[in-house]
Ligand binder design. Structure first.
Ligand SMILES: *Cc1c(COP(=O)(O)O)cnc(C)c1O
Length: 393
């Protein structure tokens, strides 16, 4: 077979530059997403997965997936509006809406697709979208695709947002405010009650992407809105099945009218194959587990608390709300953070370095996301692997 070799100078230059800046990314092969993973033949304690509740290989989900294979086969075969929307998708949408305390919901092939589809449907070039400076990349992409004017407000800064909204008072279109519920790389929450007040006052539509809150934040895991007791007051909420639920797929919840509108206007929904019925059936089961097994949230929280306190004792600066699913170990320079991450890996701990452009220059960090299914011994081992801060390692 002949291999076609293509390259352009820009591709090479980019790769060389990224390497020089310690910013070049490479794929590595893992074997699963549980508490222990193998990488290059070595067993590691995995603190880098968003499978926060350990559901990705839960025996009940595996067995519901097997039943679904028997019943439905593998793929859905078409986009939802053609023939890919099965009864099991409909059941999942009903259950997600109920779980989130909303009237209706719609499932997308990923959280990324949900964000791009929803924002590009909601906004037009006549409208203005206000993005928190730290929202997920997919919300930036959706905002840009909509053609709306995009303004970024300082992270969680209500005064800056108010000022920006006021400065667009001559715009006749909609104002759409977009935030994450939990910010993945900082572990903090959006101030939802205050954002809701401001949006109601300004007649703006609030969109909350609760990818990291869903399933883990709030007494019953219904998300950041439950945590702040504002579930009925957010017009558009987005979530994903790929984090706490341990599966794959995204969704939006809101009023029936909102969902009907999205069905007709979100191109990433209309022009993409419906998620596999296996995922839909398994997600039904995962929601039930999330609702009934509060110990999973509690155990993951205990692990975070332990990591936080003990690493602080070792001299590290830790960021992140304890009720958010991740904690951040602040290091600084990308190269130093990478070095610590590889040191941890040598000691059997997988904890990734988060570097620019994901986070601002000089604020590189290690992200730790313990799972409900980690043991206390595994968490202890992770703590022991961190050298005392500022000692040379
Ligand atoms: C992970 C994530 C997404 C994307 O969800 P996928 O299901 O992985 O495509 C969107 N928004 C936020 C805030 C996320 O963390």
């Amino acid at each position: 077979m002949r291999i076609l070799e293509t390259m352009r100078p820009r591709w090479i230059e980019t790769l060389v530059r990224l390497s020089a800046q310690s910013l070049r990314r490479e794929l590595r092969c893992f074997n699963r997403s549980g508490p222990i993973v193998s990488l290059n033949g070595k067993q590691l304690i995995n603190l880098a997965s968003n499978n926060y509740l350990g559901l990705a290989d839960d025996p009940r989900l595996l067995s519901s997936a097997k039943d679904a294979i028997e019943k439905y086969g593998l793929g859905s075969g078409a986009s939802p509006l053609v023939s890919g929307h099965f009864e099991v998708h409909e059941m999942l949408e009903t259950k997600l809406a109920e779980f989130k305390g909303a009237e209706a919901s719609l499932v997308f092939s990923s959280g990324y697709a949900a964000n791009v589809g929803v924002l590009s449907a909601l906004a037009t070039p006549r409208d203005v979208i206000f993005l928190d400076a730290l929202v997920h990349a997919s919300l930036h992409d959706g905002a840009r695709l909509s053609g709306a004017e995009v303004r970024r407000y300082r992270h969680n800064d209500l005064e800056d947002l108010r000022r920006l909204i006021r400065s667009t008072s001559s715009v006749r279109g909609e104002r759409i405010v977009v935030t994450d519920g939990v910010f993945s790389m900082d572990g903090d929450f959006a101030p939802l009650p205050e954002l809701i007040e401001l949006c109601e006052e300004m007649n703006a539509i609030l969109v909350v992407d609760d990818a990291h809150g869903t399933g883990i934040v709030g007494e019953n895991g219904r998300g950041t809105a439950e945590y702040f007791k504002v579930e009925e007051r957010i017009p558009v909420q987005i979530g994903t099945l790929s984090k706490a639920f341990g599966l794959q797929g995204g969704f939006v919840v809101g009023s029936r009218t909102l969902i009907d509108f999205i069905i007709n206007r979100a191109r990433s929904f209309i022009y993409s194959t419906a998620i596999s019925p296996i995922l839909a059936a398994t997600a039904l089961c995962a929601i039930e587990i999330v609702k009934t097994e509060g110990w999973r949230r509690q155990t993951a929280r205990n692990h975070r608390l332990c990591l936080k306190e003990r690493l602080q004792e070792k001299g590290y600066e830790i960021k992140g709300e304890i009720d958010a699913p991740m904690i951040l170990v602040m290091i600084g320079e990308a190269a130093e953070t990478l070095e610590l991450s590889s040191k941890l890996e040598e000691k059997g701990i997988f904890a990734p370095a988060i570097r620019p452009p994901t986070v601002p220059q000089g604020t590189s960090r290690i992200r730790l996301a313990p799972m409900a299914t980690h043991s206390v011994e595994q968490i202890e081992k992770a703590i022991d692997a961190f050298p005392k801060r500022n000692s040379t390692f």
